[in-house]
Design a protein around this ligand. Structure first.
Ligand code: NAD
Ligand code: UGA
Length: 466
C-alpha cells in the first residue's frame, strides 16, 4: 500500500535541498514541504522578504520560491518538529571529503549524515520513509538502517536512495525536466516496493513515469558516483587533448566537434577549460578512489585518480603559463581575474579553478584584481584563506575585488578569463585594451574569446587548447 503524503521534510537547505524542495512544493501543492537546516543565517536568507536575497543564485529559483514560500514551502531551523511531522524525510546535507583520520583527503565525511540519522531515530514516533538525497558511498544505506532500526521504539523506517543529478546554473531546468529520476530501495520486500512507489508518485506529479527508474539501493548509490566520474572523465579527456592541441596547431573545439558528431561519443561535456570545479566532481571521484582501494582494487583506483591528477595539472599549467608568458615574473604586476564562480550562472565558488590560479599568482607576488557578477567579496577572501598558503593580511593587501570587468582590467598587465559568464563575451575589448599595460596579455581559460579579433585589437592572446 502506498502512503498518501502530506508532509515532506528536507534536512539541509543547500544548493540541492533548497532548489529541489522548491520544485517539489511547486509541483505538489497538496504537500507541505519543510526545509530545515542548522545554519541560522542561511535559513534567515531563505526567508528574506526580498526574494532576490535568498542564499543561492540560480536562474528561475527566486520566482518559484516567491510562488511557494509560506504557501506550502517553509524554511526553518526547527529540525525536530519537521522530522516529527514528516511522512518522507530527505537527507540533503553536505558530504565533504574527510579532512582528518582514516581516509583523510579521500573518503566522504559521513558525520553529518549520521547525525541526521541519529536525530531522526530520536525524534520519530511514526513510520517514515528516509531518502538519501546527498551523494553517498555505496552501502551507506546499511549504516543508516543500523542506526534507525535499533531504536527499539517500534517505528518502521524504509530507506531509499534518490541521488540528485542537477547541475548548478541550470538547476531549475534540470529539476523541471530531468533526464531521469533514480530511486533505489529494498526491491525484495513489499514494504520496500511500497516506499519506492510512494516516492515515484511524488515525482510523477511532473516527470513522465518512463523516466523514473527504480533499482536496488546499492545500484542507485553507485550510479550517482559513476555518473559524476564519467562526466568529469570527459572533461579531463578533452583537457588532455587541449595540451596536445597547443603544441601541434590543432584546435580543441574543432577536435571536440569532430568527435562529438560520432553518435557513440556525443557532443556534450567536451568543452575544454582551465579545469573543472564545483563541490562534487573531485570529492565524488576521490570517494570512488577510496572505495576502490578499500575493496583492494588498486588498478581501478589508479584509473579514476588520473581524472583528478589531470585536472590539477590543467589548473597549474594555466597559472604557470601566465607567469612564463609575462617574462617569467608577475611580481608587482596586476592580473585581472574575470570570474570567480566555478561556472557561469551560479554564485557557488567551491573548488573553482579561479581560487587555485589566484593562489599560485599570489605566491609569485602578483596583485590580483577580481570581478565576478554574482560572488560576494568576503567569499573570495574566504576561499583564498581556506587554502592556508597566504595569511589574511597578505590576501587582503594583494587581492582587490571590484564591481565591473572594466575596472578589473584597468592598468592590468594581463587578464585571465576564469568563468564563462556571458557578459565577458560582449565587453568593450577595445577600450579595455587601451587601458592596459602593453603588451596586453589575455589568457582565456574558457575559450569564449575569438583569437583573431582579439589579436586584431592588439592583444597577445593565449586560449586554452589553441
Ligand atoms: P550545501 O553545503 O550547500 O548544503 C548542505 C546543508 O546541510 C548546509 O546548509 C548545512 O548547514 C546543512 N546541514 C549539515 N548538517 C546538518 C544537520 N545535521 N542538520 C541540519 N542541517 C544540516 O551542500 P549541497 O551542495 O546542497 O550538497 C548536498 C549533497 O548533495 C552533497 O552530498 C552533494 O554531493 C550532493 N549533490 C550536490 C549537487 C550540487 O550541485 N551542489 C548536485 C547533486 C548532488
Ligand atoms: C555536476 C554534474 O553535472 C551534475 O549532474 C551533478 O548532479 C553535480 O555535479 C553534483 O553531483 O554535484 P555541477 O558541478 O553543478 O554538476 O556543474 P557542471 O556543469 O557539471 O560543471 C562542473 C565543472 O566542469 C564546471 O567547473 C564546468 O565549468 C566544468 N566543465 C563542464 C567543463 O570544463 N567542460 C565541460 O564541457 C563541462
Amino acid at each position: 500500500m502506498t502512503k498518501t503524503i502530506k508532509n515532506i521534510c528536507c534536512i539541509g537547505a543547500g544548493y540541492v535541498g533548497g532548489p529541489t524542495m522548491a520544485v517539489i512544493a511547486q509541483k505538489c501543492p497538496e504537500i507541505k514541504v519543510h526545509v530545515v537546516d542548522i545554519n541560522e543565517s542561511r535559513v534567515a536568507a531563505w526567508n528574506d522578504p526580498n526574494v532576490e536575497h535568498i542564499p543561492i543564485y540560480e536562474p528561475g529559483l527566486s520566482e518559484i520560491v516567491a510562488e511557494t514560500r509560506d504557501r506550502n514551502l517553509f524554511f526553518s531551523t526547527k529540525v525536530d518538529e519537521a522530522i516529527d511531522q514528516a511522512d518522507i524525510i530527505f537527507i540533503s546535507v553536505n558530504t565533504p571529503t574527510k579532512t582528518y583520520g582514516i581516509g583523510k583527503g579521500m573518503a566522504a565525511d559521513l558525520k553529518f549524515i549520521e547525525l541526521c540519522a541519529r536525530q531522526i531515530a530520536r525524534v520519530a514516533k511514526t513510520d517514515k520513509i528516509i531518502v538519501e538525497k546527498s551523494t553517498l558511498p555505496v552501502r551507506t544505506a546499511e549504516a543508516l538502517k543500523d542506526i534507525l532500526h535499533n531504536t527499539g521504539n517500534g517505528v518502521n523506517f524504509q530507506i531509499l536512495s534518490n541521488p540528485e543529478f542537477l547541475a548548478e546554473g541550470t538547476a531549475i531546468d534540470d529539476l523541471l525536466d530531468p533526464d531521469r529520476i533514480l530511486i533505489g530501495g529494498d526491491t525484495h520486500t513489499a514494504e520496500g516496493q511500497a516506499a519506492m512507489q510512494t516516492l515515484v508518485d511524488v515525482y510523477a506529479h511532473w516527470v513522465p513515469k518512463a523516466q523514473i527508474l527504480t533499482t536496488n539501493v546499492w545500484s542507485s548509490e553507485l550510479s550517482k558516483l559513476t555518473a559524476n566520474a564519467f562526466l568529469a572523465q570527459r572533461i579531463s579527456s578533452i583537457n588532455a587533448m587541449s595540451e596536445i592541441c597547443e603544441k601541434t596547431g590543432a584546435n580543441v573545439d574543432e577536435v571536440a566537434r569532430a568527435i562529438g558528431m560520432d553518435s557513440r561519443i556525443g557532443s556534450k561535456f567536451l568543452k575544454s577549460s582551465v579545469g573543472f570545479g564545483g563541490s562534487c566532481f573531485q570529492k565524488d571521484i576521490l570517494n570512488l578512489v577510496y572505495i576502490s582501494k578499500s575493496l583492494g582494487l588498486q588498478e581501478v583506483a589508479d584509473y579514476w585518480e588520473q581524472v583528478i591528477i589531470l585536472n590539477d595539472h590543467q589548473k597549474l599549467r594555466f597559472a604557470k603559463n601566465i607567469v612564463k608568458t609575462l617574462y617569467n615574473t608577475v611580481s608587482g604586476k596586476q592580473i585581472a581575474m574575470l570570474g570567480w564562480a566555478f561556472k557561469k550562472d551560479t554564485n557557488d565558488t567551491r573548488e573553482s579553478a579561479a581560487i587555485y590560479v589566484s593562489d599560485y599568482l599570489l605566491s609569485e607576488q602578483a596583485d590580483v584584481i577580481v570581478y565576478d557578477p554574482k560572488v560576494k567579496t568576503e567569499q573570495i577572501y574566504a576561499d583564498l584563506e581556506y587554502l592556508g598558503h597566504h595569511d589574511s593580511e597578505t590576501i587582503r593587501q594583494r587581492v582587490k575585488v571590484v564591481k565591473t570587468a572594466k575596472e578589473a582590467c584597468q592598468n592590468a598587465h594581463a587578464i585571465a578569463v576564469m568563468t564563462e559568464w556571458d557578459e565577458f563575451k560582449s565587453l568593450d575589448w577595445k577600450s579595455i585594451y587601451d587601458d592596459m599595460y602593453k603588451p596586453a596579455f589575455v589568457f582565456d581559460g574558457r575559450r569564449i574569446l575569438d583569437q583573431t579579433s582579439m589579436e586584431a585589437l592588439g592583444f597577445n592572446v593565449n586560449i586554452i587548447g589553441n
